[in-house]
Design a protein around this ligand. Structure first.
Ligand SMILES: Nc1ncnc2c1ncn2[C@@H]1O[C@H](COP(=O)(O)OP(=O)(O)OP(=O)(O)O)[C@@H](O)[C@H]1O
Length: 569
């Protein structure tokens, strides 16, 4: 039950609506009982006596109870649904607030389809928390107890039968179904998540699957997952129907028992025959309210699992508050014996790395593919957290700095950069909403994209731009940002050498006093860097200026020789 504590607290934020929903739910239920009770009484009275005044009063009561029942049901629906939708909006907001600090590292752990299934499906499942879990048992209990109390004035035995009926339909049957559902795994939820995940993979990889003639195989796989999902839904539906039927049967049996017992009591002179029809009708009416309890176990278990899965994503995110402030001006950064393992990997991607990047200097990080350069970048960005060791900006540990503050001071260009459907202008404004057209045109010029008009259309994911154009547009975006710490992960790998050099020149001229950290496969042109850090298998092999590393005749020198021999052959 503790899994649902958070949803419960969010629902309680809507105390007023919840209380009104319970009140009107009770009123609708009790008015329904009163309606049938008075009609039973009316029928008996009409059959056994001829007091017109009583009949007229009872007929008026019938109308009144009918009206109250209908209006109260409307009010109950109104307040309960309003509370539910407000609670859902609180839930989405609080979930998103917990989730967003974990992005983009969260994709190391969850596939995007699975996340979508959780964000949409599981949050939606929780809309049933108030409507089907929290208040139906409360309303039902009050309606039932009031009815049993009323019936006890006429016959204690009939009140006891109603009480037994209550215990069976509200406690026993749901408890048995709850226990059964707990034993079943959450197959529907899991197959829904599998369907969503595989559909996302299918859509992302559609082109490649088509090229490799794997489309039909994947389609078959997807169809079988979809069928499994339908089958699980059907099984769940049947289970719910069975619960409802069982509860309905028990309710009718109880009504029969009331009638039979009532008839016996009338025959033995212990009950006035005038009340027999009324008590039988009461029993029929009160058990009508029991129907929601049949689906209670299904909804309870669904909600419990949904809350558990949502908590699973966000449990680590209730992180400590980060209060540290970054110093003004260009930043320096140091790593002290930092290690990092990707989850489930044996080999560390970063192994005991220590380095210092002074403020206002230019550092290149080089090394073979897979040596840990991008992982190091992610550590500097705070996207992933070191398992051991410390990352410090100025004199602040990265764990004390809020991600927003850190990123606000950085100009970041990654290997892959996202572009939104829109125009060049709208994509540039992401970096700086205040940027003027002149500044944007100037930035485009600096990355040799003078031919681009600001109004030029950009397709989804920059589909109409070449790889090199996308990289240059990303650099233009970074130029507009105005931070003083540059993190560039192979920013011009798809750009021709001549253009790449011009762009670097522009960047270094523009940020003469800024700190640059550049990841590169290219060993040419590193003479201008203040420091070169050479990585291999997650370790820092060497660090120093170009001249120092060449004079040292170590690893970097070796790489340069290999490069030279390849170029000359
Ligand atoms: N999300 C991940 N999960 C598990 N292992 C990963 C993940 N990302 C990278 N790795 C592993 O970590 C190691 C370092 O990868 P990283 O991307 O940092 O290398 P790199 O030097 O940037 O490579 P490249 O030059 O090819 O971009 C590699 O062995 C890689 O397989």
């Amino acid at each position: 039950m503790k899994e649902l504590k958070n949803v419960f607290l969010l629902t309680l934020k809507e105390k007023r609506d919840v209380t009104l929903a319970v009140f009107f739910g009770f009123l609708a239920g009790i008015a329904g009982v009163a309606l049938l009770a008075s009609s039973g009484y009316l029928i008996s009275k009409a059959a056994l006596t001829n007091q017109m005044t009583t009949l007229v009063v009872m007929a008026a009561c019938l109308k009144l109870f009918g009206l109250v029942a209908a209006l109260s049901r409307y009010a109950e629906r109104l307040f309960s649904h309003r509370a539910t939708f407000t609670m859902l909006s609180h839930l989405r907001t609080s979930f998103f607030e917990k989730l967003s600090p974990q992005a983009p590292a969260i994709f190391h752990k969850y596939r995007s389809g699975d996340l979508l299934a959780r964000i949409v499906g599981d949050v939606e499942s929780l809309q049933n928390f108030l409507l089907r879990i929290l208040y139906p048992p409360v309303v039902l209990a009050i309606v039932f107890l009031s009815t049993i109390f009323f019936a006890s004035f006429f016959s204690i035995a009939i009140a006891a039968v109603l009480m037994i009926g209550l215990l069976v339909t509200v406690v026993m049957v749901p408890a048995i179904f709850s226990w059964k559902r707990r034993k079943m795994d959450s197959a529907v939820r899991e197959s829904r998540s599998a369907l969503s995940t595989e559909t996302a993979e299918f859509l992302y990889g559609f082109r490649d699957l088509k090229i490799h003639q794997q489309l039909s195989d994947r389609e078959k796989e997807l169809t079988s997952i979809a069928k499994r999902y339908s089958a699980e839904q059907k099984r769940e539906g049947l289970e719910e129907n069975f619960g409802q039927s069982l509860n309905g049967t028990v309710s009718l049996l109880v009504s029969w028992a009331v009638l039979g017992l009532g008839a016996y009591l009338v025959a033995s002179g212990q009950l006035d025959g005038l009340y027999l029809a009324m008590l039988a009708m009461i029993s029929l009416a009160v058990f009508e309210n029991v129907a929601p309890m049949a689906v209670f176990p299904a909804h309870f278990e669904n909600n419990r699992k949904a809350a558990l899965r949502l908590d699973g994503i966000t449990e680590k995110s209730t992180t400590e508050e980060r209060r540290g402030e970054l110093a003004a001006g260009p930043l320096g950064v140091s790593l002290n014996h930092v290690s990092f393992h990707y989850p489930g990997e044996l080999r560390p991607a970063i192994d005991e790395a220590s380095l210092y990047i002074a403020p206002g200097t230019k550092t290149a990080i080089v090394g073979p593919s897979g040596s840990g350069k991008s992982t190091l970048m992610q550590l500097l960005l705070g996207i992933i957290k070191a398992d051991n060791g410390t990352v410090t900006f100025g004199n602040q540990s990265i764990s004390d700095i809020s991600q927003e503050e850190l990123w606000a001071s950085m100009n970041i260009v990654l290997q892959e950069n996202h572009f939104f459907h829109g125009t060049i202008r709208s994509n540039l404004l992401i970096a700086n909403e205040q940027a003027t057209d002149e500044q944007m045109v100037e930035a485009l010029k600096k990355v040799q994209l003078d031919s681009f008009a600001l109004s030029m259309k950009v397709e989804e994911k920059g589909g109409n731009l070449s790889g090199g154009e996308k990289q240059r547009l990303a650099i233009a975006r970074a130029l507009l940002k105005g931070g003083s710490f540059w993190l560039l992960d192979e920013p011009v790998s798809s750009v021709d050498n001549m253009t790449a050099r011009r762009i670097y020149q522009q960047l270094f001229d523009r940020g003469a006093n800024d700190t640059f950290v550049l990841i590169s496969h290219e060993l040419a042109g590193l003479e201008k860097m203040d420091q070169i850090i050479v990585m291999e298998q997650g370790r820092i092999k060497e660090a120093g200026s170009y001249d120092k590393l060449m004079a040292q005749k170590g690893y970097f020198h070796g790489l340069k020789q290999i490069e030279k021999s390849i170029l000359s052959s």
